[in-house]
Design a protein around this ligand. Structure first.
Ligand code: SAH
Length: 516
């Protein structure tokens, strides 16, 4: 007899932290990576959702302060219970810490009532993040030894307040108000009324930990007015107490050289993660834009015919990783066995391409000395290709150095397009709109092809229109060749490092910002 195991569901209440995706806990991330269902809130950092397997069920619970809730709390509780009951690993992801003004307790109580299993993972609460990223130590031995987290949601003028205003006003050192922007005038008036010094320093921090964090400092007496003047809206926190004065010397986050700068990072296939990481560390807000999209070819006809007659070829030549993956995915999709290639010899243009072949259990028979198209022609000619049948699966729009060189050596060359590189024009429209709002400070280019594609994406009528569009945007390039390409479009380069590395480029951008 076989025993049937019934899969048991479990709920995971996870704190997402204040917004910067780097501030989730290690345990929280681990749980996201194994989620089968995820129910998430408005405030939770969106990038965290990238950790969740794509085939999971994604449920947006809404809950945006002031705006109509997408789901009521009862509906959320019910969805949670239902999904866990059906045997799923359900992650309930909440902004900051779920137990601090997050209704985490209520949701867990529902699970207890239903007799279901759960685990809870704390998060960095926004008070802690706002304090750290605004340079305000929430306690300090020289001035405060107590702190209170208070909801500012409740109007202090309400007849039966649940907050003991008389006690907190003078009885607690640092006061942090969540959800209190709308009520700020009455909160501050009430604290003064109950004996707190009107000169007590106050900081209001919006979008703490995000590159677009904003903060306003004042006193109990004038902060409400300043917040109004600066147009600060939720989500923001109010920190009241003498600790706020330490910001004068500890305001590290907003003092970073590129803080508040919005920089477009253009990239081709290779990830621009090093550039993004370095710019972000210096305080910039990066907008990553891929300038190339890899798509299937318009027609598979040549590739399919070649795949059906693989045994006829003497050589199969691969010049890019994309060609390898697209070719083999097509081969497998057609149900063809890789052993059909047993009679073919395989050439790769370079080490990385050869490594990609290993994924399919194949070893390149030939690698050129110089990892270029020309190098590959030379290496193949040295093998003697006269009358040999050579298959080249490649991009639709590739250079034809290889084809010409081999044909000149007497080979019968078959080109099979297995993918095409396209400039993502729809993304280009978004990018253009973004530039038109005048909020982009700089665009970075790390190769000539990113320049060409970026210009194509913007779809300007001519160079004059392009220059007008980019008039307020600085341009940074990695080196002289990229700079020349920029100049060919009639644009000026503002930043160019002396050495052609990403680190040097970022240093040059930082220097440029310091001068400006
Ligand atoms: N559980 C959350 C709080 C939810 S209540 C936590 O632990 O942080 C929502 C309130 O939190 C907002 O109105 C705002 O006051 C505050 N808040 C959340 N994220 C914030 C952020 N990144 N910056 C400033 N305030 C934030």
């Amino acid at each position: 007899m076989t025993t049937k195991t019934v899969k048991k569901g479990k709920a995971y209440l996870v704190g997402a932290g204040p917004g910067d995706p780097g501030l989730i806990t290690v345990r929280g991330r681990e749980i996201l990576q194994k989620a089968e269902v995820i129910i998430y809130d408005y405030l939770a950092g969106k990038k965290l959702l990238d950790y969740v397997p794509v085939d999971a069920e994604f449920i947006y619970a809404g809950k945006k302060g002031g705006v109509k809730h997408t789901h009521t709390q009862e509906e959320i509780n019910q969805m949670l219970v239902d999904r866990v009951r059906s045997g799923k690993r359900v992650v309930r992801l909440k902004g900051g810490d779920p137990f601090i003004f997050g209704r985490g307790g209520e949701e867990l109580e529902e699970l207890v009532k239903a007799g279901l299993a759960f685990e809870a993972v704390p998060g960095v609460t926004s008070a802690s993040a706002a304090a750290t990223f605004a340079g305000v130590p929430i306690t300090h031995r020289n001035c405060t030894s107590s702190v209170a987290f208070i909801t500012g949601h409740e109007d202090p003028n309400r007849a039966e307040s649940r907050i003991a205003w008389d006690k907190i006003s003078t009885g607690v050192g640092t006061l942090v108000f969540y959800m209190g922007i709308k009520n700020l005038p009455s909160i501050t008036a009430n604290l003064i009324k109950h004996g707190r010094d009107p000169q007590t320093p106050v900081a209001v921090v919006r979008w703490a930990s995000m590159p677009y964090q904003q903060s306003v400092v004042g006193t109990l007496e004038n902060i409400a007015e300043r917040v109004l003047e600066q147009g600060i809206k939720p989500p923001a926190l109010t920190i009241v107490g003498d600790v706020v004065k330490y910001r004068d010397s500890l305001n590290w986050y907003e003092a970073r050289p590129l803080f508040g700068k919005r920089i477009v990072v253009t990239r081709t296939r290779e990830q621009a993660s090093e550039l993004v990481a370095l710019l972000t560390e210096n305080g910039a807000s990066c907008l990553e834009h891929a300038t190339i999209a890899i798509l299937p070819p318009d027609s598979w006809q040549e590739a399919d015919t070649a795949i059906e007659h693989l045994a006829d070829f003497d050589w199969v030549v691969f010049t890019s990783i994309n060609a390898i993956h697209s070719f083999f995915q097509r081969l497998l999709a057609k149900g063809v066995d890789a052993r059909q290639m047993h009679g073919c010899r395989i050439a790769a243009v370079g080490r990385v391409t050869a490594d990609a072949l290993w994924h399919y259990g194949l070893k390149a028979d030939l690698l050129p000395e110089k990892f270029t198209g020309e190098g590959l022609v030379e290496a193949l000619l040295a093998q003697g290709v006269s009358a040999q049948k050579i298959l080249i699966p490649r991009a639709l729009e590739a250079r034809n150095v290889l084809e010409k060189g081999l044909a000149a050596g007497g080979a019968q060359v078959t080109i099979a397009p297995v993918y095409q590189n396209l400039v993502p024009l729809a993304e280009g429209r978004e990018l253009r709109e973004e530039i038109e709002t005048g909020t982009i400070d700089m665009v970075t280019f790390t190769s000539s092809s990113t320049v060409h594609n970026f210009v194509t994406m913007l779809a300007c009528g001519d160079n004059k229109e392009l220059a007008a569009l980019l008039a307020g945007v600085k341009i940074a390039v990695i080196g002289p060749i990229t700079a020349q390409t920029v100049a060919e479009y009639g644009l000026c380069v503002d930043v160019q490092p002396a050495t052609y590395t990403i680190a040097a480029m970022v240093e040059a951008i930082v220097d440029h910002a310091a001068q400006g």
